[in-house]
Design a protein around this ligand. Structure first.
Ligand code: AGP
Length: 612
């Protein structure tokens, strides 16, 4: 959601904050701000992006070695200068940045107003900083104890960083249900809402747990406490994240870079988990829990957005290959609808970020009911990865573009491996098919590379349909979730209204929308339903719709029927989503660029949704 970066050390804080905020911008880009302590507390904030803040600050001399910064995705209060973080206390001595939502802010605000506090912004965050001030002054507490007292009072989610002008050597941080990472350097410390602003300086990090507070004293070190003020033992982790992974690497956009990385990222997701020569598939995490999986009454996938689409493909894969009943749930619905869950269920949470609030809450619910929980996560050390009983990382590297691409294909890769391993363990996959699956899956990265080579043709098609106001995506079987994902990609970055449907559902309603101006993108690679897909195409053509078909290389008939075709290499139907999504990602990308949209930072969106 929002991005947080803070520094306490001996270097100048401002450049570190600005460079950190640029790396965090994918988390939110409505407004930005920094506060730097140098005798005085200097706070600058701006509506818009980090560049706008930099222009605003210009050549002002921002000295100081203690500072905090924030990039915002608005929840409470419009995105404007006043609601931008940092927020300060009544007397201006405390400044605070926050990611999350203080749910009882309204009640707290009225009681603080009764005590004489006045508020400048519409944010919940400003209430929290006033509350800390109130405890500090009225109960004569030190800043740390006032902070802890305030955190015991608030309901909701927070990752915060705080500076007190009266304690010029100290930086405070705290988290509950929103991530916060402490970076430990040589006589210097960093705080980030994830590790991206920190990796440039150190690879030693601590992932704060819920309801923990960190106090960092310059040249002395840090202490971590719980909300009862007990010191807690923590583990320092070494992160394996390289700074180049956070740069565009010559591409115009992160999204394009990430689309083009997929041959490599799919390979990374397979690495050490499949071996054609030795004829095995082994997914760590699953291997240690085979009994639980094989004997599960049900597997329930919970996820949001693109990860939910990957889960739908997972359902097809697990039921087809391993014959285990699967249900796929939106995390946001699952968490509130009192689902029937038992100890014999396995709940798999899919999440690129590992921080999505609804997915986290669904995971907590599953745990409370005794189900086994398994995480399929990309971000190492994220909350979901740490809270699940077991799991597998996707290893796709940092995904910065708000529209998820490479994380999706990595999820599909790991799900394919898991389904094959489970099917084999259950003796449902015989030798020949087992080998065929293994060889075919190993060939997928090269086939993805082949699709990327037709980028120019996809760009040409994008130019033909870029003016559309609506689009329909159709697919059957394993490619129905790809129709949903293709539609989501188009709407989130180009703002064209798009819907995905199982192809056969078209005649039950959406067909009414088809006219000359409606592009219909049909994934037509399934051999098992080929004739039926041809009928769907005929139905669209009869209504003058424009058909863009994704077809196999040896296709003949659809090439004659469709207005445009994009050819992809042949693969087994169970793996076809790994290929058919690639041209749809590229099509959305080019359409969005041609429409002048901000591809990596689409309006109103943020990369990880850490609030409800
Ligand atoms: C994908 O393009 C989206 N921006 C979004 O739907 C995303 O997949 C969703 O918010 C879930 O995120 P997660 O995988 O990090 O949990």
């Amino acid at each position: 959601m929002c991005g947080i970066v803070a520094y306490n050390g001996n270097r100048s804080a401002y450049p570190i904050l600005i460079s950190g905020l640029k790396k965090l911008e994918y988390r939110g880009y409505d407004s930005t701000g920094v506060s730097i302590l140098n005798g005085n507390l200097n706070t600058y904030k701006r509506k818009g992006k980090v560049n706008d803040l930099e222009d605003f600050i210009g050549s002002k001399d921002l000295k100081g070695t203690l500072g905090i910064g924030h990039t915002r995705w608005a929840t409470h209060g419009a995105p404007n200068h006043i609601n931008a973080h940092p927020h300060s206390s009544e007397d201006g001595k405390l400044v605070l940045v926050h990611n999350g939502i203080i749910e009882n802010y309204d009640l707290l605000k009225s009681s603080l107003e009764d005590l004489g506090h006045t508020f400048k912004s519409d944010t919940d965050t400003e209430v929290l900083v006033h509350l800390i001030e109130e405890y500090k002054n009225s109960q004569d507490l030190n800043t740390r104890d006032a902070l802890i007292k305030a955190l015991n009072k608030v309901i909701g989610a927070y990752a915060i960083v705080l500076i007190d002008k009266d304690s010029p050597n100290i930086l405070y941080g705290a988290r509950k249900s929103s991530p916060l990472v402490l970076g430990i350097g040589e006589n210097e410390h960093f705080i980030g809402s994830d590790a991206t602003p920190i990796v440039e300086y150190t690879d030693q990090v601590v992932y704060l747990e819920d309801e923990q507070v960190v106090e960092i004293v310059k040249d002395k070190g840090y202490t971590i406490l719980d909300l009862e003020k007990n010191e807690v033992d923590i583990e320092v982790h070494k992160i394996d994240l390289k700074i180049e992974e956070l740069e565009k690497g010559g591409y115009d956009h992160f999204m394009l870079k990430e689309i083009f990385q997929q041959p490599q990222t799919i390979l990374e997701s397979m690495r050490g988990r499949i071996n054609a020569k030795e004829e095995w598939v082994q997914v760590g995490g699953l291997t240690e829990n085979l009994d639980r999986f094989q004997n599960a009454d049900r597997i329930i996938f919970v996820a949001c957005g693109t990860s939910w689409h990957a889960a739908l493909v997972g359902e097809y894969l697990f039921e087809e290959l391993a014959r285990i009943p699967v249900e796929v749930e939106y995390a946001s619905e699952f968490r509130y609808r009192n689902p029937i869950l038992t100890e014999n269920d396995v709940v798999i949470v899919l999440s690129q970020s590992g921080e999505t609030a609804d997915s986290l809450a669904a995971l907590e619910l599953a745990k409370s009911k005794g189900a086994m929980t398994y995480g399929l996560v990309n971000v190492v050390g994220s909350s979901i990865a740490r809270m699940t009983d077991s799991g597998s990382y996707m290893h796709s590297g940092p995904e910065i573009g708000v529209a998820s691409t490479k994380a999706f294909t990595s999820m599909l890769t790991v799900l394919s491996l898991m389904a094959i391993q489970l099917g084999r363990e259950k003796n449902l996959i015989l030798d020949d098919s087992y080998l065929e699956y293994i060889y075919e899956l190993e060939s997928i990265p090269n086939k993805v590379s082949a699709i990327l080579e037709v980028n120019d043709k996809i760009k040409y098609i994008a130019a033909e349909v870029k003016g559309a106001q609506n689009a329909l995506y159709l697919g059957r079987g394993f490619n129905f979730p790809i129709a949903l994902e293709g539609a989501l990609k188009l709407k989130e970055i180009s703002y064209i209204h798009a819907e995905g449907y199982p192809a056969a559902e078209m005649k039950h309603g959406p067909i009414a929308l088809i006219d000359l101006y409606m592009p219909v993108i049909i994934i037509a690679t399934n051999k098992s339903a080929y004739d039926k897909i041809i009928s769907n195409i005929e139905e669209v053509k009869a209504r003058k719709g424009t058909v863009i078909a994704i077809v196999d290389e040896d296709d003949v008939r659809i090439k004659q029927l469709a207005d445009y075709t994009i050819t992809i290499p042949r693969t087994q139907e169970i793996f076809s989503p790994l290929l058919s999504i690639i041209p749809l990602q590229l099509l959305s990308y080019h359409i969005a660029v041609m429409r002048g949209c901000h591809v990596d930072q689409p309006r109103n969106l943020a990369k990880s949704v850490t609030v409800e």
